[in-house]
Design a protein around this ligand. Structure first.
Ligand SMILES: Cc1cc2nc3c(=O)[nH]c(=O)nc-3n(C[C@H](O)[C@H](O)[C@H](O)COP(=O)(O)OP(=O)(O)OC[C@H]3O[C@@H](n4cnc5c(N)ncnc54)[C@H](O)[C@@H]3O)c2cc1C
Ligand code: SF4
Ligand code: SF4
Length: 295
């Protein structure tokens, strides 16, 4: 990476036809950008992503020995790879680049020309300061751990775990309650189809318990996550259940008689602090601890 004092930034501002130019004072931006510290040159062009637009930047990179590039145009989702390619073709590290979105984030959403131009000016200033701090990056390939951690075994976590496990991933499904199932385990019917909640949920709970790729950790909580994408280390605390999982048959008797059981026998439904109904949570009993016990 070139040292900061040898940093020569090129700033290119795109008209995008009238998309940008009708709402942003592009010539004023060019003049402003050229005055910023470390900016060696600033230019505008009607369509920066066109072949002539790209060639213009490429030629300037070589002729003016530019070390860093800022393009103020559209969303990076659209053209960041385009302009990184221009840098690469010109023999400059493609990561010494910063894109400013003055179309979607400025001209398309700001009516007043003065305010739009001011916003674009601020965004360009930030990009110029930021790009000066960029370092040359090299692409490299690293191995990743493809195992997946799913936190929470409600219907969403269960479905995610089953899909991932069926795709061949090793899934660690962590649920803080003794049972999986989440809210749905408490419902009789589900809105809007009024399908039987247990009929949907229970087979999935059973599949989770049996799936060879799912490592169920019920009555457990994530304590610590370290590492980075592709290489995380997670510390999970398994709370004591006082059950010998090798011997437990999942009959549910302990659940029925447990004095410390936290699910209330009667569920009170409130709306605006007013009790509007009482319901017995029928599906809570047997299925839930069965799965948890065999985790
Ligand atoms: C009274 C009520 C009625 C509803 N009726 C309907 C309906 O009729 N139809 C409908 O479609 N939806 C309904 N919903 C919404 C429905 O509950 C949700 O859409 C669905 O159950 C959410 O599933 P979920 O897996 O995202 O979350 P949950 O069912 O809430 O599951 C989340 C799970 O994550 C666990 N968890 C949370 N934090 C942690 C943590 N830090 N570590 C480990 N585990 C954790 C929880 O213990 C729980 O098991 C209703 C909700 C309520 C409250
Ligand atoms: S670079 Fe983006 S803003 Fe410029 S002409 Fe191409 S699409 Fe339009
Ligand atoms: S569910 Fe409870 S009572 Fe039944 S075997 Fe397991 S630990 Fe014992």
């Amino acid at each position: 990476m070139p040292a900061n004092d040898t940093c020569r930034i090129g700033v290119y501002i795109c008209h995008c036809g009238l998309n940008i130019a009708s709402k942003v004072d592009v010539p004023a931006l060019e003049q402003y950008a050229a005055s910023l510290p470390k900016v060696a040159m600033a230019k505008t062009y009607k369509f920066m992503c066109s072949d002539p637009g790209q060639q213009l930047i490429k030629d300037d990179l070589a002729a003016h020995k530019l070390t860093h590039l800022v393009v103020a145009s559209c969303s990076p989702l659209m053209h960041e790879p385009t302009f990184r390619g221009v840098l690469q073709d010109a023999g400059v590290n493609p990561y010494l680049y910063q894109m400013v979105n003055i179309r979607e984030q400025v001209s398309w959403v700001t009516k007043d020309l003065g305010r739009a131009t001011q916003k674009a000016r601020l965004l360009i200033t930030a990009a110029v300061r930021r790009v000066a701090l960029h370092e040359s990056l090299q692409r490299s390939t690293v191995s990743v751990n493809p195992n997946v951690l799913v936190v929470g075994a409600g219907i969403a976590g269960i479905s995610a775990a089953l899909t991932l496990a069926s795709a061949g991933k090793q899934v660690y499904l962590v649920e803080r309650e003794p049972s999986i199932g989440g809210h749905m385990a408490h419902f009789d019917k589900t809105f809007p189809t009024l399908d039987c909640a247990a009929c949907i949920l229970t087979p999935k709970m059973t599949q989770v318990g049996k799936h060879k790729n799912i490592h169920l950790m019920a009555y457990s909580e994530v304590e610590e996550v370290s590492g980075f994408i592709g290489n995380f280390t997670v510390k999970v605390r398994r709370k004591a259940s006082y059950v010998d999982t090798d011997k437990c048959t999942g009959c549910g008797t302990c659940w029925e008689h447990c004095p410390g059981r936290r699910v209330p026998a009667v569920r009170v439904i409130r709306k605006d602090a007013q009790v509007i109904g009482r319901t017995k949570p029928a599906p809570v009993q047997a299925a839930a601890p069965t799965i948890a016990s065999h985790a």
